[in-house]
Write a protein that binds this ligand. Structure first.
Ligand code: SAM
Length: 287
């Protein structure tokens, strides 16, 4: 069964009495070469388990099952579960869980997968919830090898932007704290059923095995990042004083100058390394 074939997808959906649910961002991939390319490049050499978010009718799950020891797929749409039993029945290494990834205890779900080998995440993410899912995965502290996701191209531009670029923002700096992000391929809207309004890009985030950045106080580092971007139009001392109440604006300016940055600098030109440096200077002044 070719699960990327438009007629096959329509047929299985109809057999199970299902329609595409917009509220779940159901745009299924219809290009086998794209699905194969994602499955080929979504993991590290030692990856044994792949966690898939949103199995849909199982096209990507099928390709992952052919390549990796174990695939655990979470799918929110209860109606798709029997369909997935039908389309993926041949794969004994696939486990499909019905649930909302945002409410799932991923650590518990993966069980001893990390002890058995590397774990990667692979997904054609629903657009409505892309950033929250990525933030959840990155912030989970789980040692994934890599996270490969198909997302709206505009979001991909943001994730991969360099400091100072107009697409650069708090999510970019946050992501760079955990790993590096690269674009793998662009996928036009016409390759999905039904076609979405926007084009998509597959990005791969390679997580650092050992932490690259070690701020003196990690929570303060995240607060500094948030404060700097929450008030983007303000200069950094003004933006920071709204989020870091322990120091006066003068003390925050002093911390900025101690890093070698201009007092009127804006957060969007600072890299993750710069933010670590800055949050360390702030930490020293709070202590
Ligand atoms: N993997 C399939 C493909 O590539 O054709 C389907 C991708 S479709 C863009 C996104 C899938 O994620 C849908 O099947 C949808 O039901 C599911 N989904 C949406 N929100 C979800 C959530 N919060 N947790 C788990 N799955 C979700």
């Amino acid at each position: 069964m070719n699960l990327c074939d438009v007629k096959t997808i329509k047929d299985v959906m109809s057999i199970f009495g299902l329609t595409f649910r917009k509220e779940f961002g159901q745009n299924f991939l219809t290009d086998k070469s794209v699905v194969e390319a994602i499955a080929d490049s979504c993991a590290a050499a030692n990856t044994k388990t792949v966690l898939e978010i949103g199995a849909g009718c199982g096209s990507l799950t099928h390709e992952l099952a052919l390549r990796y020891e174990k695939v655990i797929a979470i799918e929110i749409d209860r109606g798709l579960i029997p369909l997935l039993g039908y389309t993926l029945g041949e794969h004994k290494n696939v486990e499909v869980i019905c649930g909302d990834v945002m409410k799932t205890d991923i650590r518990a779900l993966l069980g001893d997968a990390f002890e058995r080998g590397g774990v990667s995440v692979c997904a054609n993410l629903p657009y409505y919830i892309t950033t929250p899912i990525l933030l959840e995965l990155l912030g989970s502290g789980l040692p994934f090898d890599c996270i490969t996701v198909m997302i709206q191209s505009e979001v991909a531009d943001r994730l991969c932007a360099a400091a100072g670029h107009r697409d650069y923002g708090s999510v970019t700096a946050y992501l760079n704290y955990f790993g590096t992000c690269q674009k793998l391929l662009k996928v036009p809207a016409g390759k999905f059923l039904p076609p979405p309004k926007v084009d998509s890009t597959v990005v791969r985030i390679d997580l650092y095995k050992d932490k690259l950045y070690k701020p003196l106080d990690e929570a303060l580092f995240f607060r500094t990042l948030r404060a700097a971007f929450e008030q983007r139009r303000k200069t950094l001392p003004n933006a920071l004083s709204a989020g870091i109440s322990e120091l006066s604006k003068d003390e925050l300016t002093d911390a900025i100058l101690a890093c070698g940055f201009a007092a009127n600098i804006r957060g969007e030109v600072l890299s993750t390394a710069d933010f670590v440096k800055l949050s360390d200077e702030i930490y020293k002044r709070i202590k």
